[in-house]
Every structure is written in structure tokens, then in C-alpha cells.
Design a binder for this molecule. Structure first.
Ligand SMILES: N[C@@H](CCC(=O)N[C@@H](CS)C(=O)NCC(=O)O)C(=O)O
Length: 143
């Protein structure tokens, strides 16, 4: 269960942890600071993960992804794929030229569930780029 305790505060939810850490360590340049161009897109990607991507895949597992209420609220895996593909066709990262915590967060489901990876070269190559980074190997080793 993703959780971070810092300065006596507990932070949960992967997106909130990412935002907390990238705001705390701006010098690592993995986030987009407040008032910096791209902050809105950065927040959108982080919140989209928890608010849409996770529910959509879970609703599929539960067999109710095609329910009209689910469609009207979250859309579906096709919409997720379309949004990723649109971003990654510009690429090479979700936010363009710059690798951010949004890449780390959004590629995660496809590391745990490779079969769920949208069947498109832009997405497959992006997942491969994410895992080819030395920091990925370092994190895996630490885990
Ligand atoms: N929305 C949460 C989901 C966290 C979550 O429930 N993760 C699951 C795996 S996908 C987990 O760690 N489960 C362990 C457990 O429930 O014991 C987040 O993004 O942090």
C-alpha cells in the first residue's frame, strides 16, 4: 500500500505521494513547480491516474466497465489508450521532452499487468523507455 510518512505527516495515494515528493525536491526536476508552465498538465496527469485509470481497470476486472454510468464517468480502456497514444506520439515522455513523475506513475499498471498495455508501438516503446532508465533498476534493487 503506497504510503509516505514525512515530518509527522502521513501521505497516501500514489499521485499525492508523487506530487508531495516532486514539490519537496524540485532540484530533481521530476515534477513541474507551481507557476511553471505545464503545472496544470502535470496535475491533470497525476490526478487522472487515480481518478480514472485505476477505476477503469478495476471496473473491467469487476465486469462492469461497460455499464452506462461507468462509461459516462470514466470512459474505458480505449479512451485511456487514446489519451496515452496522443501524448506519446509527440513524446518521448507523457509531458513531451521532459521525463516526469507522471511517467513513473502512469506506466506502473503496465509493469504489474503487461497484458493490459495498450497495443500501440508508442505506448510499448514508452514503457520500455521507462524501465530502461538506471533509476528504475535502482528502485527495483531497493525494493
Ligand atoms: N489508489 C491507491 C491504490 C493503492 C492500492 O490499493 N494498491 C494496492 C495494489 S494495486 C495495494 O497495495 N494493496 C495491498 C493491500 O491492500 O494490502 C494508490 O494509488 O495509492
Amino acid at each position: 500500500m503506497p504510503a509516505l510518512e514525512h515530518d509527522g505527516e502521513l501521505i497516501t495515494e500514489s499521485g499525492a505521494i508523487m506530487l508531495y515528493l516532486t514539490d519537496l525536491f524540485p532540484e530533481r526536476q521530476l515534477g513541474v513547480a507551481s507557476r511553471e508552465p505545464g503545472r496544470g498538465a502535470y496535475l491533470t496527469w497525476l490526478f487522472w491516474y487515480g481518478s480514472v485509470v485505476e477505476p477503469v481497470y478495476l471496473l473491467e476486472v469487476l465486469g462492469v466497465a461497460e455499464h452506462p454510468a461507468a462509461q459516462a464517468t470514466f470512459r474505458d480502456r480505449r479512451a485511456i489508450a487514446a489519451r496515452l497514444i496522443t501524448a506519446l506520439e509527440t513524446g518521448p515522455w507523457i509531458m513531451g521532452k521532459r521525463f516526469t513523475a507522471a511517467d513513473i506513475l502512469l506506466c506502473t499498471p503496465y509493469l504489474y499487468f503487461p497484458d493490459a498495455t495498450p497495443d500501440h508501438p508508442a505506448v510499448r516503446d514508452w514503457v520500455a523507455r521507462c524501465t530502461a532508465r538506471p533509476s528504475y533498476a535502482k528502485a527495483q534493487k531497493a525494493d
